[in-house]
Design a protein. Structure first.
Length: 150
């Protein structure tokens, strides 16, 4: 399997230390460690060679009610000035297609805060369905989504 994914507009490469100037350094280190330990993980999204965001796929962190740590969590974060252009959907489609084969996952989960309407739309476009309610680590309510492998 390739260490890079290409879509019509985007290049996805494993998120790691090289991206800490554009993305949270601790998240970059955790992503690099996840790749080393599990053979799959989060991707840096590059648009025209520049960092555009992250397509996250990793085992869920503890402390989120409604998701267990043996489930693979999907998430997306796009640079604010690039939002609304379909980048999250395009990147996540490629990353999800890859994780089915790379990790042998049977399903993915995502959690989204109620006020994040854009992320709810992305989840629905990707085929995620609401599984139930949950709580973030800080105790805030959120919706838990699930996507079953094809």
């Amino acid at each position: 399997m390739s260490d890079a994914l290409r879509t019509e507009r985007l290049l996805l490469v494993p998120l790691g230390k090289d991206h800490s100037g554009a993305h949270d350094a601790q998240e970059c280190e955790l992503a690099a460690s996840h790749w080393r330990e599990h053979g799959f993980g989060s991707w840096a999204i590059l648009l025209d060679g520049r960092f555009a965001g992250a397509a996250e796929l990793h085992f869920a962190h503890p402390g989120v009610t409604g998701i267990t740590t043996d489930e693979i969590e999907a998430g997306w974060e796009i640079e604010e000035q690039l939002r609304g252009r379909g980048i999250a959907t395009e990147a996540m489609r490629a990353a999800i297609d890859d994780v089915w084969a790379r990790a042998g996952a049977t399903h993915l989960v995502a959690y989204i805060r109620p006020e994040n309407a854009a992320s709810h739309r992305v989840a629905e476009k990707l085929g995620f369905r609401v599984r139930g309610r949950g709580l973030t680590r800080s105790g805030d309510p959120m919706s838990v989504y699930e996507l079953r492998a094809p």
